[in-house]
Design a protein around this ligand. Structure first.
Ligand code: GBH
Length: 460
């Protein structure tokens, strides 16, 4: 790095997880089924027949996991609440034992000087609500707002950063368009409806927060910047469609009050005419935007690829992670600077960023060498510093993930953790990337100026 790496003094460095991916015991203490307990019980849906029944057993090991964060010097922790622990049927009767679990977690975080950042919805819809149409039922905005009210009421005295939804694009694209995630539908007519109801639910929860909340609330979106494979007009148009579909479909209505025009072109007759008043609900003012960044896409036109007519173009010189995503730190800078250009200046948190790599079996002395993950981490943090230098009001950065966990339909085989989990024993071992991250956090990023952590990888 040629330029010095500098971060604001109160920068929130942390890690992120989600309920179904780490907690285990999804039905304990009166909790209800979610679409993920169901999906996992359906043969063929999750690789190797894996489920979240035990996962990282965080539901019982939360105290140790908070101790681990403290040991690593983390300033913040982003986690999600399982709706079906609070409201086993999605609406109606409240389950006090579910509320009490997150009370204990939040109190333990605060006692250890770690800022809790809470997501209301990270993909685990109560199964009882799916039986009533799930995200396709317009009433879900009211169901979600009622759930949000209970949770704000209980924890807003201690939680200062709230997130309504994690990655509405993934909920729709995986859950309703391609069927790779729960509830596993594959229907181009449903997809726009699910997205629209997600956005309405988000807006309804923000309205409740303005009534009773005292801190900050935002939305988390996954952004993948799109670059054309060539300057041929059809590749440029394909790139615009891909960007409209993944990125602007959610940000435009929230910040600009309308959907991108390309969506009508993509969905054709499946694209409804939306009531104008819905956009007042959707475009509630937010206190921050949360961005999850993993990779970029290089795009070309491909008429055979339904419904977007876009195909990804593999980059021969690039490194790809175990999930097949290109390592491209520059895309993180481009995303943050691009967001500011289109939507204006506001507080931004990178709420997830990380990489899956094959981790060699643990050495007997309890070290896990993960040099590729370390490289990604260094590159991505340098990319953040570049964005700050270009005027982005970046307030925090959460690594995905604290722990190796259930990578949704890919199961436990894909490891994103900076802490290794031996799922047979539940033993946690900080990987070399965790040791590097601890050093980055302790120096507020400055250690990346000289010491790039090679000594961590070499001293085994
Ligand atoms: C996040 O989603 C989730 O919030 C989290 O729960 C999950 O465990 C984590 O990431 C890791 O997957 O194939 O090159 O076109 C990630 C969103 C959207 C990122 C699809 C990668 C495909 C890239 N992902 N995207 S590519």
């Amino acid at each position: 790095m040629t330029r010095p790496i500098r971060f604001p003094s109160n920068f929130l460095w942390g890690t992120a997880t989600s309920a179904y991916q780490i907690e285990g015991s999804p039905l304990a203490d009166g909790a209800g089924h979610s679409i993920w307990t169901r999906f996992a019980a359906t043969p063929g849906r999750i690789a190797n027949g894996d489920t979240g029944d035990v996962a990282c057993d965080h539901y019982r090991r939360w105290r140790d996991d908070v101790a681990l964060m403290r040991q690593l010097g983390m300033k913040a922790y982003r986690f999600s609440i399982a709706w079906s622990r609070i409201l086993p049927q999605g609406t109606g009767a409240v389950n006090e034992a579910g509320l009490a679990f997150y009370d204990r977690l939040i109190d333990e975080l605060l006692a250890n000087g770690i800022e809790p950042m809470v997501t209301l919805y990270h993909w685990d819809l109560p199964a009882a609500l799916d039986d009533r149409g799930g995200w396709l039922n317009p009433d879900i905005a009211d169901w979600f707002a009622a759930y949000a009210r209970i949770v704000f009421d209980r924890y807003d005295d201690r939680v200062r950063h709230w997130v309504t939804l994690n990655e509405p694009w993934v909920v729709t694209d995986g859950g309703y368009l391609h069927g790779t995630l729960a509830p596993g539908h594959r229907n181009a007519y449903e997809a726009p409806i699910a997205s629209h109801n997600l956005l309405r639910a988000h807006g309804a929860a923000v309205q409740v927060y303005r009534e009773i909340g005292r801190h900050q609330i935002g939305l988390v979106v996954n952004i993948e910047p799109k670059y054309p494979a060539s300057d041929a007009p059809e590749d440029v148009a394909a790139t615009r469609r891909a960007d409209a579909y993944m990125n602007r479909q959610y940000l435009d209505p929230v910040f600009l009050g309308s959907y991108p025009a390309e969506l009508k072109e993509i969905f054709g007759p499946a694209w409804p005419d939306w009531p104008a008043r819905d956009f007042d609900l959707i475009s509630q003012k937010l206190d921050f935007i949360g961005i999850n960044y993993y990779t970029r896409n290089v795009c070309r036109h491909d008429g055979a690829n339904w419904p977007l007519q876009v195909a990804p173009v593999r980059q021969p010189q690039a490194t790809y992670t175990e999930t097949g995503w290109e390592v491209f730190p520059q895309g993180l800078t481009d995303t943050l600077v691009g967001f500011k250009r289109r939507y204006g200046d506001m507080p931004v948190y990178v709420m997830e960023n990380g990489s899956a790599f094959y981790d060699p079996p643990q050495a007997a002395h309890g070290r896990v060498h993960d040099p590729l993950r370390m490289d990604c981490l260094r590159g991505n943090i340098a990319a953040l510093a570049a964005a700050i230098e270009q005027g982005v009001d970046l307030r925090g950065y959460m690594v995905w993930s604290l722990l190796d966990n259930l990578e949704w339909s890919l199961g436990f085989a894909k490891r994103f953790g900076i802490v290794h989990v031996d799922f047979a024993t539940q033993r946690r071992t900080p990987k070399d990337s965790a040791l590097l991250y601890a050093r980055i956090v302790a120096s507020n990023g400055a250690c990346l100026d000289e010491d790039i952590g090679n000594d961590i990888a070499n001293d085994s």
